[in-house]
Write a new protein. Structure first.
Length: 478
């Protein structure tokens, strides 16, 4: 018996499946509608692979207007909808239900407009994160949020989960880089929020949409901020004797008012796993590793790194290794970006995502390791240390129900620890199903009820991604 529960499917919807599919077929070409069991199986889970549900059907609209007609029809028929980008969600945000239709954005993957003068790009929601930077690289621009899954993940999913990445310490996460969206509401209404300007009038609905996990509507287009590339950038590897020492160094750097473009953390197990995969030159004798990247002119980089090295010495740094070439830089970041995939070669894992004040990093890392060890499991810590966004990978055997229960228990205790020290349940992976039942640990009943009222204003029938984010009990109060 798994620990995370789903709502009971609506038997009246299941009984009408063929009729509902016939209605969808009248609105879509055959290549945009998936109904067979074998083809639907590709959509039954996301990156939280321990859980899966077979959807009623899958639709892949090619335009905002086509999606709007689908949403209007499903709204009329009372059918639940689960939005899906590339399915890279680690919190189960795109796992469907048996009585839900999955709406994917894979066929909406065009770059619509690039405005270098105003530093914006307008894209369809199925465009992958990395392809945006690739599209503007020739003019020496880039898109700042860079999650580890950026080769595959879509802007739709990034907006849904407010994704971050290694370089978001300096440039902010998705919400700081989205200027406007076109979105289809639950009843098929098309709305445009924000636009190609820095400060849109009226209520900040963009801030509400980003991170809403597909519960307010389905984004079909986005206007994003692009930035000029820096003159130069240089990552440096810092090896420390212990995780606590590395965590203390991070807190001291941020506390000194130094904000590099990235500060990434790996503990010894994560270093070993990533080095075996990427051969990036990580120091295998270190108890923990920081990847710190500075950018600017060579003189600016030298000055900032000198300050960081001085702080690192106070925490017993044993290795300071600067990248000397573009090839070394690529290898360093390949190792970090490949951490989740490389760990998957070693064991099954649950990747947690919580945020803490950076000043509490040493204590939290110590207690986190204790929690996992007490349950007889292992953990590889690899995360965005500069903004306190933890990503402990709790290793376990997915085919052993007892180990899965222990891994989920470890994850629950780690997330509670984050809240207890003044942090929160999530940084960039969203709540999904994984953290849904921990929401009352973070928020009071009054706070949760207010959030649910806002959500219900967009979707009164709770048809959009209905099993996610908020505890299943107590929803009537919304």
């Amino acid at each position: 018996m798994t620990g995370i529960q789903f709502p009971t499917p609506d038997p009246t919807i299941l009984a009408r499946r063929e009729t509902i599919i016939a209605g969808l077929a009248a609105l879509l070409p055959p290549e945009a509608l998936i109904t067979t069991e074998d083809e639907r199986r590709a959509f039954e889970t996301d990156a939280l692979t321990a859980y899966r549900r077979m959807p009623l059907a899958v639709v892949l609209p090619r335009s905002t207007e086509e999606l709007a007609s689908v949403m209007a029809y499903l709204h009329q028929e009372g059918v639940n909808v689960v939005a899906r980008g590339a399915g890279t969600s680690l919190a189960g945000g795109a796992i469907p239900q048996e009585d839900a239709v999955v709406v994917g954005v894979a066929k909406m993957a065009r770059i619509l407009d690039i405005d270098y003068a105003n530093r914006t790009i307008r894209v369809q929601a199925g465009v992958t994160n990395l392809s945006i930077s690739n599209a503007v690289a020739a003019e020496r621009f880039f898109y700042a949020p860079d999650p580890s899954s950026q080769l595959a993940c879509t802007i739709a999913g990034n907006i849904g989960m407010n994704s971050g990445g290694a370089h978001c310490l300096k440039y902010g996460v998705t919400t700081n880089n989205v200027l406007g969206v076109k979105m289809v509401l639950a009843d098929g209404t098309i709305v445009e929020i924000g636009g190609g300007y820095l400060d849109s009038p009226g209520l900040d609905l963009i801030g509400l949409v980003v991170g809403s996990e597909g519960q307010l509507g389905i984004v079909t287009e986005a206007t994003l901020r692009i930035l000029p590339m820096p003159e130069d950038a240089r990552p440096v590897l810092f090896g420390f004797p212990t995780s606590e020492a590395a965590g203390g160094c991070v807190a001291a750097i941020i506390g000194a008012g130094i904000i590099p473009v990235a500060i990434e953390f790996m503990d010894k197990l994560a270093v070993e796993i990533c080095e075996d995969f990427a051969h990036a030159g990580y120091p295998l004798d270190a108890g923990a590793l920081l990847i710190i990247e500075s950018e600017g002119s060579p003189a600016e980089i030298d000055a900032e790194l000198a300050k960081i090295v001085a702080i690192a010495k106070e925490y017993g740094v044993s290795v300071v290794k600067e990248s000397k070439s573009a090839m070394e830089t690529a290898a360093i970041w390949k190792g970090r970006k490949s951490a989740f995939g490389a760990t998957g070669r070693v064991a099954d894992y649950i990747c947690m995502d919580g945020t803490i004040p950076t000043g509490r990093l040493p204590q939290v890392l110590h207690r986190l390791n204790e929690i996992v060890a007490e349950l007889g499991l292992r953990v590889a810590n690899v995360f965005h240390a500069g903004d306190g966004n933890l990503h402990p990978l709790v290793l376990y055997n997915i085919n052993d129900p007892a180990e899965q229960a222990k891994a989920e228990k470890a994850g629950e205790e780690i997330l509670k620890l984050c809240v207890e020290v003044g942090g929160c349940l999530t940084g960039e992976h969203g709540v999904g199903i994984e953290k849904r039942d921990l929401m009352p640990f973070q928020f009071s009943p009054v706070d949760l009820a207010q959030q649910m009222r806002v959500r219900a204003a967009f979707d009164p029938a709770w048809r959009l991604n209905p099993a996610k984010v908020f505890p299943l009990e107590g929803r009537a109060a919304a």
